[in-house]
Design a protein around this ligand. Structure first.
Ligand SMILES: CSC[C@H]1O[C@H](OP(=O)(O)O)[C@H](O)[C@@H]1O
Ligand SMILES: Nc1ncnc2[nH]cnc12
Length: 294
């Protein structure tokens, strides 16, 4: 059994984590392109961590230009077993207020201008994402966030929009009243899909900054107000990360939900029909299954 290593993808407002022992910003190369930034590795509260700011330090990537595949591939290459994603989001529910954390368990993916799979011509695979997040890792995040003073909602549906503009009022009402969504953001997909393809446990901590545009008492989404809330959320996200190792086993035992075996029966392309160049790119993401004797 290997050692657990937590990969943290920090969203808007979360560009580093303090207190890592042996901290080092490392350049990790990926066949899927350059990741958003270097990756900060070290040990936090006794557990190995690898932190990657999703938009890069200085916030250089828009939600559409984030290199989602390179980011997940690079974390996998470093030996990450579990990915915790932190994201700012708007709320569709009165009771899910700015400052609250929602531990997501469902998504509706409305993004359209992003690469969504590691697989394709020459190596076709279909993984299940009926349950896109890992219940074990999600529960640990919820417990750690509560233990460090955040108000937590366990479960919620995230509408992933392309952005970068916020929603129209009609869209906001559609997602809230008819599609049953709880929160909205611009980066949760395809990140969650790619983590599943890479056989990584994935949990998403959606940190509410605003009520999107549906709320009659709050009006339009205002980025200045968002940033003010974001700062407090980011500080509590870092508190949660410091507490997280207390809620997880050090050893990376097999995931009871099968996240670490998602590719077991997913690859459809016959071994003799697989494209060698494609297989080379998939060495980290799918090496476990591709290197098995057939
Ligand atoms: C700062 S408001 C819009 C921006 O914030 C969120 O980013 P992230 O999910 O990386 O925290 C949202 O998805 C938008 O990209
Ligand atoms: N209302 C909102 N819509 C989309 N992304 C967001 N990120 C933070 N607030 C958001």
């Amino acid at each position: 059994m290997g050692e657990r290593m937590i990969g943290v993808i920090g969203g808007s407002g979360v560009y580093d984590i303090e207190g890592l022992e042996g901290a080092e910003w490392r350049e990790v190369r990926s066949p899927f392109g350059a990741p958003s930034d270097r990756i900060l590795t070290g040990t936090l509260s006794g557990m190995k961590m690898a932190f990657l700011p999703r938009h890069g330090r200085g916030h250089v990537h828009s939600p559409s230009s984030v290199p989602y595949r390179a980011n997940i591939d690079a974390l996998k290459r470093l030996g990450v077993t579990d990915v915790v994603s932190a994201s700012a989001c708007g709320s569709f529910r009165e009771e899910m207020a700015p400052g609250d954390f929602v531990i997501l368990d469902q998504y509706i993916d409305r993004t359209f201008a992003r690469e969504k799979s590691f697989f394709g011509p020459g190596c076709v695979a279909h993984v299940s994402i009926a349950h896109p997040t890992c219940p074990r890792l999600s529960a640990a995040c919820a417990d750690a966030a509560e233990a460090t003073g955040s108000r937590v909602h366990r479960g919620g549906t995230y509408l992933a929009m392309e952005g970068p503009q916020f929603s129209t009022l009609a869209e906001s009402k559609l997602y809230r009243e008819h599609w049953g969504c709880d929160v909205i953001g611009m980066t949760g997909m395809p990140e969650a899909k790619l983590a599943r393809e890479a056989e990584l446990c994935y949990a998403s901590v959606a940190m509410i900054t605003d009520y999107d545009s549906w709320h009659p008492d709050h009006g339009e989404v205002d980025v200045t107000a968002i940033i003010a809330t974001l700062m407090g959320n980011a500080a509590r996200a870092k508190d949660m990360l410091r507490a997280l190792p207390d809620h997880l086993e050090r050893d990376a035992s097999p995931c009871p939900h099968g996240c670490d075996r998602a590719l077991e029966y997913a690859i459809l392309t016959a071994p003799e029909a697989r494209d060698p160049a494609m297989l080379e790119k998939l060495d980290a993401v799918a090496g476990r299954v591709l290197n098995k004797a057939d």
